[in-house]
Design a protein around this ligand. Sequence first.
Ligand SMILES: C[S@@+](CC[C@H](N)C(=O)[O-])C[C@H]1O[C@@H](n2cnc3c(N)ncnc32)[C@H](O)[C@@H]1O
Length: 504
Amino acid sequence: MSDWSAGYVTEVGYAHGYYRELAPQNLALAASAKGVLAPGLDGAPLRVLELGCGQGYSANLIAAANPHVDYTAIDFNPGHVASARALAEEARTSNVHFSEASFAEFAEDCGRGEFDLVTLHGVWTWVSAENRAQIIRIAREKLRPGGLFYLSYNCHPGWAASVPIHRLFTDVAAGAPQEPVDFRIDQFFKVFKLLRDIGARGLEANPGVVERFLQMEDLPRNCLAHEFLNANWTIFHSADVARDLAEAKLNFVASAHIADQLDPLNLTDRQQHLLNQVRDPVRKELFRDLITNQSFRRDIFIKGDVRPCPRSEERWLDLRFALTARAADIPLQVKGMLAEAALTPETYGVLLERLDRGPETVRELIAEPKLQALGLANLRQHLLVLVAQKNCQIALPAGDEETRKSRTDAFNHAVMARARDGSDYGFLASPTTGGGIAVDRIGQLALTALRDGSPDPFGFVWNVLKDEASSRPEGPAGTLEASKGKLANFMTKTLPVLQKLKVS
Ligand SMILES: C[S@@+](CC[C@H](N)C(=O)[O-])C[C@H]1O[C@@H](n2cnc3c(N)ncnc32)[C@H](O)[C@@H]1O
C-alpha cells in the first residue's frame, strides 16, 4: 500500500467491469420511470464526470457509443488511468478524458466547469470519511443545478452479516503485510474455515455470515482484494447517505436499478400499503431496505427539488427500446425480491414480437392495436419489466446511428483484439442502445473471425483455445468441450441479436 492511496488497495488492479447504471440514458430512464425529468433522455449534449473510474471500461464504452457526451473520468491509481487511456487511444475515442487525480485534487481544480451528471460506482463504501467529504464537495461545486448524481454502495441490513468477515479479513491480512495479496486471502480462508470447524458460536448463531463467506470463495481474487482489503469499508443506512448528500443540495430521486422500482415484484400488498403511507422519501427508502433486506443500493439524486415532469407519460412516446435477446429466448417470467411472476402472454407476446423485428419507439409500438388497448401507462410498465429482466434497453434516437457505429466498431475492435490474450472484457458497445451488451470471450473471438472473413469461425476460435490449453500444463480438462457448446450457442442465439443492435 502506498502513501497516496489513503488505505485503498493498489497492489492489484480492479476488474474491467461495465456498469449499465453509468450510462446517462439508463439513469434518465430510471428517473423518468419515477416521473422525474432528468438530463440524458433526448440525446442533447451532456457533460459527465465519473469519480473513481477504475480501469475506465464503462467510461470508454459509454463515450464511444455516445458522441454527444463529453466524458471526464478520474482515478488516483496511475495503473488504472494508463490502461483506460490506452483503450481510448486505440479506439480513437476523443470525447473521453482520463485524469490521474485524487478526489481532493479534483475538488481543488477550478478549471473544469459544470457537469450535467456526476457518477460513482463501487467507491463510497471503500473510501474514508475525508474522501467522501471531497466527493460531496465536488457535487456541491461542480454539478449543475438540476443535474443528476449517481452512487452505489453496500448498505444495511443486507450487508450487515459481513461486518465480522471484513474485520477478520483485515486482521488476518495485517498479520502478513509484506506477503502477496493471494497469500493474505488464502490465510483468511484458512482462519475462517478453522473457526467454523471448531464451532465458533458467532458463526453458528449468524448463518448470514457463513452464507456470505461461501459466496466469497467463488469471487475473483482482485474483486476480493478491492472489497475487503481496503482500510475503509463502511456499510451505510440509506438515510445516512441521503443526509450527507443533502449538504450538496442533493435530493433522492429513485433507484437506478429499475428492478428495485417494481413494487409488486418486491413487496407484499401489506408492505406496499405501509410504504405508501410514508411521505418522507428518505424514510420510505429506509423502510424499504428493511422490508427487502437490501444489501446494495444504486441511487440517483438530483441537485435541487425533485419536480414531477409535466406530461411525463407523453414524453415516453419518443423513447425507443431495443431487445438484447431473441424474443424466443426471453422467459415469460420475471423474478423480483419477493417472488417470480408470470408475464401475460397476450400482451408481452405482442410486445416481444414487435421488438424482435428491431428497435421501436413507444409511439410506433402503441400504434399496434393490441398494445393500444393496453394503454400507455401499462405499456410503459411492460417495457420497464423487460428492462428489469435485462432483456431490453432504452435505445438512443435512430438519427445518428451510422455515425455512432463507426465509433463503436473502433471500440469493439480494440476490445476484441484483447480477447486473444484473455477474457478481461465482457461487454461490447452498441450504437443502437449507446450502452454495453454482454459478449463473452468466445463470442468476441467468433466476431473477430467473422469480421476478418474467416471461412471457418468455429475453427478459428477452436484453434485459439486449443493453443492456449496446450500451453498450460494444468490445462483445464473439459473446457474445450464446454467451449464448443458455448460457441454453437453464440452463433445461433447471440449473433442475430448483435447484428440487430449493430454490434457486429
Ligand atoms: C472498487 S473500485 C471501482 C472502480 C470502478 N468505478 C468500477 O466500478 O469498476 C474504486 C476505485 O476508486 C479509486 N479511488 C479510491 N480512492 C480514491 C481517491 N481518493 N481518489 C481517486 N480515486 C480513488 C480506486 O483507485 C479504484 O479504482
